[in-house]
Ligand binder design. Structure first.
Ligand SMILES: Cc1ncc(COP(=O)(O)O)c(C=O)c1O
Length: 506
């Protein structure tokens, strides 16, 4: 039998800009107009056709119009009719005539583009979940450096070194890094992280237990989706981190605020008969935002409670590198073997939030499910960035950067304390500041909190109310004052304003 040749499919060619294309477009557009009965004259119809084409972008700036003779003969209309329409468009600035060259579409635009105001909330029907999620958000605001909580010193990040590493890995990247992946992240980064976590955070782990995510937030989402069902209880610190609250709310979990005192999360404060938790979210090294450390007795009690209830503890260790008066505190995860703890880390504070890299340290039994679902729901990626980060850690840049930032933040905190000293001398109470990137200033009333916020807005300062960190109103009044992301001069300026304002109002 004679082998049949495979039919070769024609290749679709993208149309390219063709000088004839305008002629054809004008012809078709005008024919469409002429097909409909219309009271307008032929000249008016040609004028409207050309003007619409220019305004809507079919006739592009700078392109040549066919000659009036050509247009008249192809459109089957008088040359004077064409000239009348074209002259009017030249007079109005839509077309320009270049003697000897022809007539061209003017370099024409609508003027400065009016921006769509998409932030003004229009009446739209969101899901009940969507409405609830909006409660955990604030409208976007211009970047204010002084006092934005959780923002690191972006001006001090070693950009050139980082760029060099990124370039190196971009050049070396094997082609399969551009593919869909599902192994939990670049192995070099998981190994580097594992060494770092074992050494500096006493985390018990193997590289295989680490799942690289696009930040802590994605980690919380995965935990909520994979380990809890709609309506299950999640216990959270009160006051606490809004990002975690939002993730758990979006997964339909029942959020149960648990009071925090000077030993951290106090589960004994819950009334008898409180339903069992499925998840318990804590920031044991440095409670966010109060700054307390979960005491050893509470740690062991919490692990035992989680075991009893078959619950998972989510340990959010977001900024433990920045401890000023003692060595970093060992993790809760590392307190015992097979602890029912998922350790969540992020590079948002130690490097920068726009990097969008974080990780989970999962108990071995959870690794496969988390890897597979993460690859399905969120996809893996950023392999070039991940491997640059592995080198950044292995070559010692990471620990040097952390050490430099620790020093920098100590100075920035001291600048804030100096600026607030007059108010502190008159009774303004501040949190200890032994660690972290913010101080809390406690206020005597909600009225005072509201008034300082109002005046702060007028003074162009972004102040965060402590009461906003509570799930249950009204919460404690105060201010969460981020100092890491602003220069000492900016902090001194904002701090003096706050001290003066507090002295005037308190
Ligand atoms: C308590 C806490 N956890 C985690 C994060 C980091 O989240 P992500 O890694 O998603 O940027 C933050 C950032 O503000 C935080 O305050």
């Amino acid at each position: 039998m004679v082998p049949q040749e495979e039919p070769i499919l024609p290749i679709y060619e993208e149309p390219v800009a063709d000088p004839n294309a305008h002629r054809l477009w004008i012809q078709e557009a005008l024919n469409l107009q002429l097909a409909e009965p219309d009271a307008r004259t032929l000249g008016q119809r040609l004028y409207d056709t050309l003007r619409d084409g220019i305004q809507q972008g079919q006739l592009t700036s700078g392109s040549a119009l066919p000659s009036s003779r050509q247009l008249a003969s192809e459109l089957g209309i008088g040359r004077n009719t064409v000239l009348g329409a074209v002259d009017r468009l030249i007079a109005e600035g839509f077309l320009v005539s270049r003697p000897g060259a022809g007539v061209f579409v003017a370099d024409w635009q609508w003027g400065p583009r009016e921006r769509l105001d998409v932030q003004a909330m229009s009446p739209v029907t969101l899901s009940r979940r969507g409405e609830r999620l909006l409660d955990f958000t604030t409208p976007p605001s211009a970047r204010h450096t002084a006092f934005a909580p959780g923002v690191p010193a972006l001006d001090r990040f070693p950009r050139e070194r980082w760029q060099r590493l990124l370039r190196r890995h971009q050049q070396r990247a094997p082609v399969d890094w551009f593919d869909y992946r599902n192994e939990g992240g670049v192995s070099a980064l998981r190994e580097a992280l594992c060494d770092y976590l074992r050494l500096s955070r006493s985390v018990r782990c193997q590289p295989e237990q680490i799942l690289i995510t696009q930040g802590a937030q994605q980690g919380f989402e995965l935990i909520a989706r994979l380990l809890a069902d709609v309506g299950d209880e999640v216990w959270l610190e009160e006051p606490g981190y809004g990002g975690a609250q939002a993730c758990f709310a979006s997964a339909g979990l029942a959020l149960r605020p648990v009071a925090v005192d000077d030993e951290g999360l106090n589960v004994a404060s819950l009334p008898a008969g409180t339903p069992s938790p499925r998840l318990i979210y804590v920031t044991p090294s440095h409670q966010y935002p109060s700054g307390t450390t979960l005491s050893l007795s509470r740690r062991t009690a919490l692990l035992a409670l989680a075991r009893r209830h078959g619950a998972w503890i989510i340990e959010d260790d977001y900024d433990s590198e920045f401890r000023y008066t003692s060595a970093p505190i060992a993790s809760l995860q590392g307190l015992m073997d097979n602890a029912p703890v998922i350790y969540v880390g992020t590079f948002s504070k130690v490097l920068y939030p726009g990097l969008r890299l974080g990780y989970l340290v999962l108990p071995p039994s959870l690794v496969a499910a988390f890897q597979r679902v993460n690859a399905r729901l969120h996809r893996e990626g950023q392999y070039v960035t991940q491997s640059a980060l592995a080198d950044f850690i292995d070559e010692g840049h990471f620990s040097r950067h952390v050490a430099r930032m620790r020093k920098c933040y100590r100075h920035r905190q001291a600048a804030l304390r100096r600026a607030l000293a007059p108010a502190v001398a008159r009774g303004l109470e501040l949190s200890s500041g032994h660690a972290g990137m913010h101080l809390v200033a406690y206020l005597a009333s909600h009225e005072l909190e509201r008034e300082i916020l109002r005046r702060g807005k007028e003074a162009n300062l972004r102040l965060s109310p402590l009461s906003g960190y509570y799930l249950r109103a009204p919460g404690q009044p105060g201010l969460v004052l981020g100092y890491a992301g602003a220069t000492e001069a900016e902090i001194a300026h904002g701090g003096r304003w706050l001290s003066d304002t507090w002295l005037a109002l308190a």
